[in-house]
Design a protein around this ligand. Structure first.
Ligand code: HEM
Length: 184
């Protein structure tokens, strides 16, 4: 094998590796950073009066790498606390996020108490009060709370992958929305 052959072969391998890495990394980022296209976003569980008009839009073209989002009961969610299950999920505004890859929620982390929990009130009001964990009825909260909740959901959506939505939250807040509409 002469020098030209070696250079040609290594050049080809480097190009092939670069192309593979570029495609792989781009696809992964797109999956994590477009929560708007996600199944949970279609269910838009944090806003009771959401517009579901895009619920049947086709985002299947990315399905090979897309996280398969699903419904969680609160009981199921509690399993994803980094102890019973090594993955760690938490919910805010009824949207379940995968927070496994940060130290915050690990068993030795400062915010482990939120691992596997629906923690909307705690995260919005910055409290460690345990009685507000998994409370899905937020009808007593003012409009400012709902705005802050929306901001929190956006914050988590920018940082973490959505993996689903909380059944009880969706039921509680969809019912509220129907009642509110009737009263209008
Ligand atoms: C003296 C009070 C507090 C201080 C100085 C503090 C400080 C911080 C800092 C600096 C971060 C960001 C760390 C980083 O991004 O690297 C953080 C994250 C966080 N804090 Fe606190 N915190 C305080 C109280 C609280 C309380 C009362 C709560 C209750 C909900 C809370 C919940 C959180 C959560 C959940 C995160 C992680 C958010 C994420 O996933 O990115 N903090 N805190």
């Amino acid at each position: 094998m002469n020098l030209t052959t070696i250079l040609l072969v290594s050049g080809f391998l480097a190009t092939a590796f670069f192309v593979y890495k570029t495609f792989f990394v781009k696809k992964k980022k797109r999956t994590q950073q477009t929560p708007e296209n996600s199944e949970a976003a279609k269910h838009n569980v944090h806003f009771s009066d959401s517009d579901d008009s895009d619920s049947d839009s086709d985002s299947d073209s990315d399905s090979d790498n897309e996280v398969q989002e699903r419904e969680f009961t609160l009981e199921e969610l509690h399993q994803y606390n980094g102890v019973a299950n090594k993955e760690i999920y938490l919910s805010v505004g009824g949207v379940v996020f995968d927070v496994t890859h940060t130290e915050f929620y690990k068993p030795e982390g400062p915010y482990h108490c939120f691992a596997g929990q629906e923690a909307t009130i705690n995260l919005v009001e910055s409290t460690f009060e345990t009685s507000t964990l998994n409370k899905v009825d937020i009808s007593d909260k003012p409009a400012s709370f709902k705005q802050e909740m929306e901001d929190k959901v956006d914050f988590y959506g920018m940082k973490y992958s959505r993996v689903g939505w909380v059944k009880e939250w969706k039921e509680a807040n969809e019912q509220k929305s129907d009642e509110e509409k009737k009263n209008d």
